[in-house]
Design a protein around this ligand. Structure first.
Ligand SMILES: [Mg+2]
Ligand SMILES: [Zn+2]
Length: 177
């Protein structure tokens, strides 16, 4: 039986949690975006589970290996843990666009996986991303609470499907209240 009591903030990684330098996989190149720890603590305090959903086509393209991703991912999760921030899960898509998988955002495969595992309460959940495909993936899945941040890529505000546009993750407490 489904619980659907898991109110969750889905968070894209590159451009939201850390500066997006493109095909990032080395710990020494990973730089947290200012305010991310404070914001994630705030969201935990509000009772949200935190799930990261990230496209990692660098794996499919052979720029780095799944293991490289995992090493960096574990390092990042440790940094969060040191701050008392527990990330419930991380889902990643290793495929390229040409693979035509069902998990690469804007498709919703990663969200469905999370839903199978945790029974997400869609109405009370959120998506924070820096690309329109993050927003579209959430909408495809049925999450309409969306924040597009400007800390990653150049965005087209006018053509965005996002509910809110925020300078970065630092200001999420203005939207998720
Ligand atoms: Mg991104
Ligand atoms: Zn995929």
């Amino acid at each position: 039986m489904r619980n659907e009591n898991m109110k969750t903030v889905f968070i894209d990684r590159d451009g939201v949690i850390n500066k997006d330098i493109g095909y990032l996989y080395k710990i020494e190149d990973f730089e947290f975006i200012e305010g991310v720890f404070t914001s994630l603590k705030y969201l935990k305090k509000k009772g949200f589970s935190l799930i990261i959903v990230t496209n990692q086509s660098g794996i499919g393209k052979g720029y780095y290996k799944e293991q490289d991703f995992n090493i960096l991912n574990n390092w990042m999760l440790d940094k969060f843990k040191e701050q008392g921030i527990d990330i419930l899960d991380v889902f990643y898509c290793p495929h390229t666009q040409e693979d035509n998988c069902n998990c690469r955002k804007p498709k919703m495969g990663m969200f469905e996986k999370a839903d199978d595992k945790y029974q997400i309460n869609k109405n009370n959940s959120w998506m924070i991303g820096d690309k329109e495909h993050d927003i579209k993936a959430a909408l495809n899945f049925g999450i309409t609470n969306t924040i597009l941040v400007e800390s990653g890529h150049e965005i087209e505000k006018k053509n965005s499907n996002a509910q809110f546009i925020s300078p970065s993750i630092k200001e999420v407490n203005n939207y998720i209240i």
